[in-house]
Design a protein around this ligand. Sequence first.
Ligand code: SF4
Length: 312
Amino acid sequence: MDENPYRIQGPAVISVSFGRTSAYMLKQIIDAHGGKLPDDVHVVFCNTGAELEETLRFGYECGVRWGVNIRWLEWRDRRKRTPVEQRFEEVGFNSAARHGEPFEALIRSKKSVPNMNSRWCTQHLKVQVCADFMTSLGYTHWLNVIGLRADELRRVVKKDRQNEEAKDPWANVMPMVQARDTKADVRRFWFGNMKPIDAVQIQRDFGPTAAATLPQGFDLGLDEWEGNCTFCFALGYNVLLHRIRRRPEITLWPSKMERLVGGTFTTEYSYADLEKAALTSPLLDLGDNFNSDAECGVGGSDSSIRCGRRAA
Ligand code: SF4
């Protein structure tokens, strides 16, 4: 990279989750390259099949509005003997899985569900898919561009440690950290002077076109505690309860997976327990959890979560 951290030296893969942070990073990178990415800098979205429709629409809009080719990929196979180009499949907005299919196939293959101690969903469904994609293109070494911000120190340290270990064919780069961009920068980019909660409420009331007055002319349309896998066990109890109250149907798929393998995603509760709690308890104030990010792998502030309980 040169002095501008957003100018990426290929070969590189930019991994986007279609949350506001990674979309912000993508736009900075596109702008730093004068509107067109080098041919050996690839943009990838790995679909788990458990995303909200708003997330998929937002990602599609990022690609179209910013004139960038975003490759939509889904996990298919984890066997080493399977050729890399068959371990994932390229899909598009219309053909992308919407009922957890890639995630379910992985759970069936592992005969267990992931948890906080063993969060292999991110590893297989996202990290490895990116790696297989780059390998399928013939690259042996590349940069892995990640949308971590300067205010996410704990996760940044983890990625730096991975770089030091140098076990992977890629090196992680975090241009937002080098640029010292924080959540405040991301919010300003998408919402200007509006409060995020107000900007999202307007879109909930009047539909996506209400975002036309926001700085970028479009938006994700989800609260900051929504987004990525609808049921994500890494978010913590309070955020999950809030999500379930808003969209009760999101417990159906994880409950089915827990019954399938006879285990639970978290130690203290099953998704059937969560559904019951949402039905029988009053609306809770999310407090600081309202500020929680919901991009894959970013948990809420509920640190009491423990995972891996086997069902009785
Ligand atoms: S959003 Fe949560 S459940 Fe989905 S892949 Fe990431 S860590 Fe796993």
